[in-house]
Design a protein around this ligand. Structure first.
Ligand code: KE4
Length: 438
């Protein structure tokens, strides 16, 4: 008896469009994690998005919890964000010269993130973290960096070491093409293990420029910092003259208005931002005290540049997105709605007898098919992957879009209303049933 072929995850037009894409674009995608390789299917090719929904070229619709990997906290094509982009574009797409809107965005970021007195706008999270670490090396005169196994800070050479997100998805946490001389400057410790950081700092006394960490890990699935972890990193870095860099590209303006550092009450030396601050357009940033930031060219000797850095159209999208998020009660309302969804899903998992745990911080969330505490990459990687795959496939078939990798987080938006939650719970019930059959 031949094994029944699994139902294709995407429709015929998506499959044809993806085949055409693969002719011209490696893997058919411009970022590996979009390829769905881990699910063994061809991804839907998206035609449009509106609110909490996306629609593919087969006119199939999905409630979207990827939200462009975090930026779209107001959903797709929010009228205020679209209008801001249209108005800015009508005045010119780019000048390569200072504009007042860049200062307005910088003012908003500095006002929201205590300890950040100056900020430099860039085009991607990778640029933000890469530049922040160059600045940390310039400020300390040291070469070594400490990062956590499973944390992802973008694809700069020296950060593709034990990286999470897409790198972990394809089992390539250490990418080909990165010279050993670069990688050996990056020391790796487990997430949530402050003692390991202290040991590494002592072992390389006076040589570590920075510890970079996702204050909430969102690239190994969603893994919360253990109580006291971030405070212990702060103390260890201070004791060793090492800069503490919070990579808040994902957590920034996702967990609250500002950085997770506000919730944790821990002040890093440098903060990296992205995603939400661009509102879906390419804008990111890094910043910190003036005493460090003044080392950047043109004032100081540390060089960093970008043709489209602070692009007025991207900045307009970011400003509109942050203004909407700054409204009173925004994060509380969304957080409560998301908590309700997660509690209902937990009841479904229990009814289906499937060990499932979920975590939430503000408007970002994640889950593991595991009945043991997940506190770092190794315990995340030990979760039940076949159940994860069965659950995820069924969600797609039921019109719910989530990350096609177990090493990602999920997101939520102000566009996810009652109708979307009802649709989602109908899908998750069937998805837990599919997971239970594995
Ligand atoms: P970008 O260069 O992709 O804009 O940002 C890199 C980055 C830096 N820091 C953190 C904490 C991040 O999560 C990211 C990028 N996140 C991934 C998803 N986990 C982007 C999705 C993708 O690679 O396509």
């Amino acid at each position: 008896m031949t094994k029944a072929m699994p139902t294709p995850l995407s429709g015929p037009k998506s499959r044809a469009a993806f085949t055409a894409a693969r002719k011209r674009i490696p893997g058919g995608v411009n970022s590996p994690v979009r390829a769905w390789s881990r699910l063994g299917g061809k991804p839907p090719v998206i035609a449009r998005g509106e609110g909490a929904w996306i629609e593919d070229v087969d006119k199939r619709r999905y409630v979207d919890y990827v939200l462009s990997w975090g930026p779209l906290i107001h959903g797709h094509a929010h009228p205020a964000v679209v209008k801001a982009v249209q108005d800015a574009a009508a005045k010119g797409l780019s000048f390569g010269a200072p504009t007042a809107s860049e200062t307005a965005l910088a003012d908003m970021l500095v006002a929201a993130i205590p300890g950040m007195q100056q900020v430099r706008l860039v085009n991607s999270g990778t640029e933000a973290t890469m530049s922040a670490l160059r600045l940390a090396r310039a400020a300390t005169g040291r070469d070594l960096i400490i990062k956590c196994d499973g944390c992802y800070h973008g694809h700069a050479d020296h950060l593709l070491v034990a990286a999470g997100s897409g790198a972990a998805t394809f089992g390539e946490p250490d990418s080909a093409g990165v010279p050993a001389a670069f990688a050996e400057k990056t020391l790796v410790v487990p997430y949530n293990d402050a003692a390991a950081v202290t040991r590494m700092l002592k072992k390389h006394k006076g040589q570590v420029a920075a510890v970079i960490v996702e204050p909430v890990a969102g690239n190994m699935g969603l893994v919360l910092p253990q109580p006291g972890y971030l405070k212990a990193l702060r103390a260890a870095c201070t004791a060793h003259g090492t800069l503490l860099v919070f990579d808040e590209v994902m957590t920034g303006f996702r967990t609250c208005y500002g950085g997770y550092q506000r919730i944790a009450k821990v002040r890093p030396d440098l903060t990296c931002l992205g995603k939400v601050i661009g509102g879906g357009m390419p804008a990111a940033a890094y910043g910190g005290p003036r005493a460090i930031m003044r080392l950047l060219a043109p004032e100081g000797p540390c060089y960093q540049a970008g043709t489209l850095s602070g692009n007025p159209v991207a900045v307009a999208a970011g400003l509109a997105s942050l203004k909407l998020a700054a409204r009173s009660g925004f994060y509380d309302r969304l957080g409560k709605r998301l908590t309700g969804l997660i509690s209902a899903m937990a009841k479904q998992a229990a009814q289906h007898g499937v060990p499932w745990q979920a975590a939430q911080v503000g408007t970002m969330w994640g889950w593991f098919f595991s009945d043991v505490a997940v506190t770092d990459f190794s315990s995340a990687a030990a979760a039940h992957m076949e159940r994860w795959a069965a659950f995820t496939r069924e969600l797609y078939l039921q019109g719910v879009n989530v990350a096609p990798s177990p090493f990602e987080a999920a997101f939520f938006s102000s566009a996810h209303g009652k109708a979307e939650l009802v649709h989602t719970l109908a899908a998750t019930d069937r998805a837990f049933a599919a997971a239970a059959r594995v």
